[in-house]
Every structure is written in C-alpha cells, then in structure tokens.
Design a protein around this ligand. Structure first.
Ligand SMILES: O=C(O)c1ccccc1NCC(=O)[C@H](O)[C@H](O)COP(=O)(O)O
Length: 215
C-alpha cells in the first residue's frame, strides 16, 4: 500500500457513506454547500455527518462564491478542518476568507487547456492547497462534480510549491494511471464513487481507495 497517497471522498450525503469512507482510509471527507448540486446539504444535516468523523480525517466544506453571511452560518454550525472554494473567488477573497475564519483553504482551479494553468501560480500565493479539476462543460449547472477528466498530460512533470489534489472524472479503473501520469499524491473523487448523482456507493468508495493506495 502506498502510505503517502491521500484520498478525498467529496459530496457525501449519508452517514453510512461517511463511515465507509473513514473505514476505507479516506484522509478527507467533503460536504457540498451548493443548492444546484444533487449533493447539497443543509447545515443541520452536515453537522450530523461531520460530528462523528474521527480526528485524523479532515472535514472539508465545499462552497461556491459564498458570501460572509453564508460562511458565518456554515462555520458556526458545522465542525470543519478546511474550506474548499470552488467558484470564481479572487485571490483577495481567498485571503479574506482565510483571515476571517482561520481555516486553511483549498482553492479549486478548472483546467481545460494549457492557458488555464496560469491560475496555479496565482492561487499558490494565497491558498493552502489547490484542487486541480476539469473545467465544467458549457451549459453545466455546477462548476464541479461533473464526472469529467481533463488532459492529465498538461500537468505531467510539473513542479509544485504547495500540496494539491487531482480531481475530475476519476474512477477506480483510472486512478492508478492518473497517479502515474501526473505524480499526484492526493486524489479527489465524487461521481466516480456513486451509483447515481448524489448517491454514494460504499463498495465503489472502497474500490477507489484501494486502487489509489495500492498503485
Ligand atoms: O460535487 C458537486 O456537486 C459540486 C458542486 C459545485 C461545485 C463543486 C462540486 N464538486 C467538486 C468536487 O470536489 C468534486 O469532487 C470534483 O469536482 C470531482 O468531481 P467528479 O468528477 O464528479 O469526481
């Protein structure tokens, strides 16, 4: 087992699936706060899912261009270890959020072509970690969680100055290849461990973590 590989299971909506992720060895569990998502959670529901997560497994809240009122309510209600910003938050907004909530920030960067990689250096100055994801397709109703992979060769051999996660279209069958090609040590998955949008499958969660950590 590759001990230095860390997996984030994102978009969890049921206690059974949080337990499955923790038992299978996930390093992060992700909760989505975006109304148009099939994985969207209310604050009470999220708190009930987050409270039993043991120390050592990081609880991540994913938001999209959330304002202070929404983040105040979220951080007051749900015990969290990271905020993941998955919208068009500027570098200045990332700085503000870090200062206001005292939580480390994971900033998502959407990649479809080489020009998109310029964002990496910009956000590396302000975020604690980056999540390198596929850019949403035209007409998508959400900026992530679309089961879409980007061209991994765009980041092959890249030198990184901060921790980062690879995301987008990962499944148990392709995660080993993704690690080999990109050198990623952290993987984020949502659709690839679901039986339907918003419905996680514990067997797929186990298969994904095994495929990632045994690669
Ligand atoms: O998952 C969502 O519904 C979602 C909604 C709004 C913004 C981001 C969202 N998901 C982002 C994630 O962290 C996903 O895990 C990541 O984009 C990979 O998704 P997938 O390709 O489905 O594994």
């Amino acid at each position: 087992m590759a001990k230095d590989i860390r997996v984030k299971i994102c978009g969890l909506t049921a206690a059974r699936d949080v337990s499955a992720a923790v038992a299978a060895g996930a390093s992060y569990v992700g909760f989505v706060f975006f109304e148009k998502s099939p994985r969207n959670l209310g604050l009470e529901q999220a708190a009930a899912l987050a409270l039993p997560v043991p120390p050592g497994v990081a609880k991540v809240a994913l938001t999209v261009d959330a304002d202070d009122a929404a983040l105040d309510a979220l951080t007051a209600a749900v015990p969290l270890d990271f905020l993941q910003l998955h919208g068009h938050e500027t570098p200045e907004r990332v700085r503000e959020i870090k200062a206001r909530y005292g939580l480390p920030v994971i900033k998502a960067i959407g990649v479809a072509e080489a020009d998109d990689l310029a964002q990496i250096a910009i956000y590396a100055r302000v975020a604690d970690q980056l999540l390198i994801d596929a850019k949403p397709p035209k007409g998508a109703t959400r900026p992530g969680g679309n089961a879409l992979a980007f061209d991994w060769t765009l980041i092959a051999g890249r030198r990184w100055t901060l921790p980062w996660l690879l995301a987008g279209g990962l499944v148990p069958e392709n995660v080993a290849e993704a690690i080999k090609l990109t050198g990623a040590r952290q993987l984020d998955v949502s659709s690839g461990v679901e039986s339907a949008p918003g419905v996680k499958d514990p067997a797929l969660i186990r298969a994904f973590i095994e495929a990632a950590t045994c690669s």
